[in-house]
Design a protein around this ligand. Structure first.
Ligand SMILES: Cc1ncc(COP(=O)(O)O)c(C=O)c1O
Length: 374
């Protein structure tokens, strides 16, 4: 039976298929074990004086109104946190009953809860994607298989083994920025299978047309959302998941009590409100225009190919001699995210956050100069 609570007979971690991630744990090029790449994140690329094109958090966040709400909640930290208001706010935002919502300490906690609450026999990661879901599964003792998308990273549901009982995919995907159609993702759903969709970047997409957050009745669907990116709250740890009530209950059972602090709950409630939604929607529109402009400009540089149909707040570039280019970009004052810690990518892949227009233009000029024939 799938979906049993694990622990009693946890199995050793390992990769059944697919290449190792293969890159180091620092901004340098040391190459320890493949699994070390799973815990590499864009903030490791940062250093004093470098322009941050590596971390995909909206600039200028958190906004003052949100910081005020969080600050006000600090006044109440003498009491244990009560998640009901935040849970209801999320439920209202996605038109679901509160029993289908679990507010979490960031999307990362949701991945850990999936790994703890269920015991998949065949867990499959659709790569390249954010690595923490795989890391959480391995840390809980599960075997993990990888399938790697080729051909501009479009999802073909046929690449997922038919007997996989846990499938994890990002939408839009970090690091490719590709947005899969909701109907293609739901084609992966079936009774007896958990389908985890990481929508940490869903609110980058105007109108969120391919989001499954409000999709009820899709068997085994668990949608994971984050407040980190759009609201600049990485240090607060705030996010949530949406799933069928029995799966929500299974995950709630395996978590420590009071896992989400009162300030984080206040932030979740605030970010579901009309003001936040309006602000996020306006940002998504601006972001789309600026991202498409940056993509056109980078695509014009010889030796640089931007992964097409980007929909998130970053672009994935294929760059001839990418490792050297990344180092030269650092020399020119720009930190970009190495691609080779993502399973399925190599050193010629670089991820670049979309910034404000002047910063993007300076970055494109610097990359153009580096790529120009000597
Ligand atoms: C695709 C994706 N999902 C989830 C997360 C983690 O989000 P959180 O900070 O909410 O744990 C990240 C962070 O980089 C991410 O890129």
């Amino acid at each position: 039976m799938p979906f049993l609570s694990m622990r009693a007979d946890a199995r050793p971690a390992g990769t059944a298929t697919g290449a190792g991630a293969g890159a180091g744990a620092g901004a340098g090029d040391a190459r320890p074990s493949p699994d070390a790449g799973l815990s590499f994140h864009g903030d490791s690329e940062l250093a004093d004086g470098l322009v941050d094109m590596a971390v995909n958090v909206r600039q200028g966040t958190p906004p003052a109104w949100l910081a005020d709400r969080i600050q006000a909640a600090v006044g109440g930290i003498g009491a244990y946190p009560d998640p009901r208001a935040a849970t209801e706010a999320v439920a209202g935002r996605h038109a679901r009953p509160p029993a289908e919502v679990l507010v979490t300490a960031g999307a990362a906690e949701a991945f850990t809860l999936v790994a703890r609450a269920f015991r998949p026999r065949r867990a499959v990661m659709v790569h390249p994607q954010f690595t923490e879901p795989e890391a959480a599964l391995r840390a809980a003792g599960h075997q993990v298989e990888r399938v790697t998308l080729g051909g501009e990273f479009r999802l073909d549901p046929a690449v997922v083994p038919h007997d996989a009982d846990l499938v994890v995919i990002g939408n839009p995907t970090n690091p490719t920025s590709v947005l899969h159609p909701a109907r293609v993702i739901t084609a992966l759903a079936r009774p007896g299978r958990l389908l985890v969709v990481d929508e940490a970047f869903a609110d980058c997409v105007p109108g969120e047309p391919e989001s499954l957050a409000a999709a009820r009745g899709v068997p085994g669907l668990i949608v994971v959302r984050s407040l980190t990116k759009t609201w600049g709250l990485a240090g607060l740890r705030a996010g949530y998941l949406l799933a069928g009530p029995e799966h929500v209950a299974a995950m709630a059972r395996v978590r420590p009590p009071w896992a989400v602090s009162s300030p984080a709950l206040a932030a979740v409630a605030a970010c579901c409100g009309p003001r936040a939604r309006q602000e996020a929607a306006a940002w998504a529109d601006q972001l789309s225009a600026e991202r498409d402009r940056l993509a056109r400009s980078l695509n014009g540089i010889p030796g640089v190919v931007v992964t097409p149909r980007a929909q998130a707040s970053f672009l994935l570039l294929n760059v001839a001699a990418g490792r050297g280019v990344r180092e030269r970009l650092r020399g020119a004052g720009f930190a970009v995210r190495r691609g080779d810690t993502f399973p399925g990518l190599g050193a010629d892949w670089l991820r670049v956050a979309v910034r404000d227009r002047p910063t993007n233009d300076r970055f494109a000029a610097a990359l153009g100069q580096i790529m120009a024939p000597a």
